[in-house]
Design a protein around this ligand. Structure first.
Ligand code: AMP
Length: 216
């Protein structure tokens, strides 16, 4: 069971590459953002609590996030069909990272690799302006670089927090709260060149996965 963490600002391609690892290699894609959005759309107690925080682009409290992870992780690691888990958008603060480590170590696990999707604010703004999400399954499209097929179009949404002012704010929070984790994970960090095409990054992941397999 491999544990991967994807770090990077909005629009850096974390979700797209996590979906690739899911479809190609059988990883489980755990996105705290997607989980929270599901809570919001089902209008659960938790959803109602986090709705306005998410809309404003702020971070949900560490306590809420760690609870979500704790509730889900045990069943995932016991699933024999799951080769690994990609944590997309978690951890996002030092407190989350420290608590995550102790949660994993109780299960006899540790973060194997952290992938840094490095992207400038300018590129983040550029990419997010065109991002559209399939509301049924969270598949990610882009009006220019990855247009959705006609059959998917009626289901596409443009997220409230994907507006330019919110992106700039989320980028600032990313720099303040999440970027320090680069140092926390420096002994197992792999940097992804986000300027490459989606398919070129898929190939980088193929090479990485092969090299991990050779080391087993
Ligand atoms: P994302 O889809 O990863 O961009 O997340 C969307 C929003 O969900 C964020 O702007 C936060 O409000 C919330 N969120 C997702 N993951 C976390 C996390 N690990 N810690 C705090 N808030 C989070």
């Amino acid at each position: 069971m491999k544990i991967f963490v994807f770090l990077g600002p909005a629009g850096s391609g974390k979700g797209t590459q996590a979906q690739y690892l899911k479809n190609q290699y059988g990883f489980y894609h755990l996105s705290t953002g997607d989980m929270l959005r599901e809570e919001v759309s089902s209008e659960s107690e938790l959803g109602l609590k986090v709705k306005s925080v998410m809309k404003s682009g702020n971070l949900v409290t560490d306590e809420i996030i760690l609870n979500i992870i704790e509730k889900n992780i045990a069943s995932l690691v016991n699933d024999k069909d799951c080769v690994g888990i990609v944590f997309d958008g978690f951890p996002r603060t030092s407190a989350q990272a420290v608590n995550f480590d102790s949660m994993l170590s109780k299960l006899g696990l540790a973060v194997d690799h952290t992938f840094l999707f490095d992207l400038s604010l300018e590129s983040s703004l550029d990419r997010i302006a065109g991002r559209r999400i399939d509301s049924r399954n969270n598949d990610v499209y882009h009006v220019k670089s990855k247009p959705a097929p006609d059959a998917v179009r009626p289901y596409l949404i443009h997220r409230d927090d994907d507006q330019p002012d919110k992106i700039t704010y989320r980028y600032k929070l990313y720099q303040e709260q999440t970027q320090p984790l680069v140092d926390f994970y420096k002994d197992r960090l792999i940097t992804i060149n986000c300027e490459l095409s989606i398919n070129e990054i898929h190939s980088q992941f193929d090479k990485q996965i092969q090299s991990f397999e050779q080391k087993v």
